[in-house]
Design a protein around this ligand. Structure first.
Ligand SMILES: CC(C)(COP(=O)(O)OP(=O)(O)OC[C@H]1O[C@@H](n2cnc3c(N)ncnc32)[C@H](O)[C@@H]1OP(=O)(O)O)[C@@H](O)C(=O)NCCC(=O)NCCS
Length: 414
């Protein structure tokens, strides 16, 4: 079985999270990803949040699996000559530097096309063209500027950012799709193209249901939001606590052990089609005949009371017991799983969604595997490279002699 992107060579100029997410995904699919890092320094995340002194951090190792590392100072003359050879050699270049960084090194899109007209040149930036295009951006800035923070959080409380890295990893995923689309296009056009994705745009794309609600608001209150019918709506899509955005009421309720376990909760969706079973399960058969309860519309003003009643029942069971009882009744629900529970979940290990790999300096560690499964193209997960681990091997591949490699080293270019 061959890897789907076998033979595709990626010149990986990415750092931190958004770009590395993209190239890690391409590497899992089988592309040869050459990560270019500054000599002696490398990707800043190697040294950030280190749990073991002087060993590549988990921040780095979990974003750079299946890649090869080459150290190269792309600002020196020798380094620029090698970088030019790499552009000739590769199919795709990916970067997520601050706006203009590669132009400042002398590698504009025009120059890159001169060197290799088949090159696909992909970038993540914080913003697209507009008032903020020159700004540096990190995850939470993107969550705030892309509409996620204004629509996340408790009603009547501050905006909240989420732990899911929708700005960084989310934009990396979008960019990967742009790259494979451009590769597909190149297979018949013969030409490369520029691929860009702004983090603000990526986050907004993921927040589309909130833009939907913004427009619905012009035609009346959002009836599935907890603000309805007793609260008020302002001019913009409000925060909705844990309400389900899908038109079927949902909420997080406590389960047995909540007093001491911060994750003893479950999300329950009171889908209309499964409501009778749910009402019976929690001992509220009376609701089935009661006109105040037996239609979705009648229940809308009583959602808080309804979830309080559901919670009285869920508090008597563990989140897994609730799941076991409600699932056969077609009541959609999801236990709040902690990272500890996920890390220990055997089924996620079996599917390769979480994998354990061995690192020469840190020993064994857990990392994410490819969440996208291809039936004929397996994705094995290899550990991240040490800084410059593959420098000599890559320089030989692009045609440098042993003497040239040595002279680049003594000039400090690699
Ligand atoms: C993430 C970000 C805020 C980090 O900013 P930063 O740490 O200041 O890093 P920069 O991207 O500005 O790069 C720093 C410098 O290193 C240089 N550099 C990087 N790799 C190099 C190499 N191999 N050789 C020589 N110089 C190198 C860059 O050219 C840049 O120099 P310049 O400022 O003279 O142009 C910024 O890169 C950014 O906004 N990126 C786009 C959005 C993004 O992806 N954000 C999410 C990150 S998870």
């Amino acid at each position: 079985m061959s890897k789907a992107l076998e033979g595709v060579k990626i010149l990986d100029m990415t750092h931190v999270q958004s770009g590395p997410t993209c190239t890690q995904l391409l590497a899992w699919f089988g592309a040869d990803v050459i990560k270019v890092e500054r000599p002696g320094v490398g990707d800043a995340t190697r040294g950030q949040l280190q749990d073991i002194p002087n060993v590549d951090s988990l921040y780095f190792t979990m974003l750079n699996s299946n890649k090869r590392s080459l150290t190269l100072n792309t600002k020196s003359d020798e380094g620029k000559a090698i970088f030019t050879k790499l552009i000739e050699h590769c199919d795709v270049m990916v970067e997520n530097f601050a706006p203009g960084a590669l132009d400042r090194m002398g590698f504009t899109w025009e120059r890159i096309q001169e060197i290799n007209p088949r090159m696909i040149y992909a970038s993540v930036k914080g913003f697209g063209p507009g008032p903020y295009e020159d700004c540096k951006v990190y995850e939470n800035v993107a969550q705030c500027t892309g509409g996620a923070a204004s629509t996340t959080g408790e009603i009547d409380s501050v905006p909240l950012v989420t732990g899911a890295q929708i700005g960084d990893s989310g934009t990396g995923l979008h960019l990967a799709l742009g790259i494979v689309t451009a590769l597909f296009h190149r297979s018949h056009s013969g030409k490369g193209q520029r691929v860009t994705c702004a983090m603000q745009d990526g986050v907004l794309n993921l927040c589309r249901v909130k833009l939907r609600d913004q427009q619905r608001l012009e035609h009346g209150p959002l009836t599935e939001y907890p603000q309805y019918p007793n609260g008020t709506f302002g001019e913009a899509t409000p925060r909705a606590g844990n309400a389900s955005g899908g038109g079927q009421p949902g909420w997080i309720v406590k389960c047995k052990g909540w007093e001491t376990d911060p994750d003893a909760y479950i999300y329950v969706i009171t889908q209309a089609a499964a409501f009778d079973g749910l009402a019976k399960a929690i001992g509220h058969e009376d609701w089935l005949e009661d006109p105040d309860w037996n239609t979705p519309k009648a229940r809308l003003p009583r959602l808080e009371e309804m979830f309080d009643e559901i919670e009285k029942w869920t508090k008597t069971k563990t989140k897994f017991e609730v799941m076991d009882i409600l699932n056969p009744l077609n009541v959609p629900c999801g236990p709040i799983l902690s990272m500890k529970e996920l890390a220990e979940e055997p089924s996620l290990r079996e599917t390769g969604t979480i994998v354990e790999v061995d690192h020469p300096e840190r020993g064994k560690y857990l990392t994410v595997g490819n969440p996208v499964k291809l039936s004929d193209s397996p994705a094995d997960v290899d550990r991240s490279p040490l800084l410059g681990e593959h420098t000599d091997e890559i320089l030989k591949e692009i045609g440098l002699s042993v003497a040239e490699i040595e002279s680049s080293k003594s000039a400090g270019a690699v």
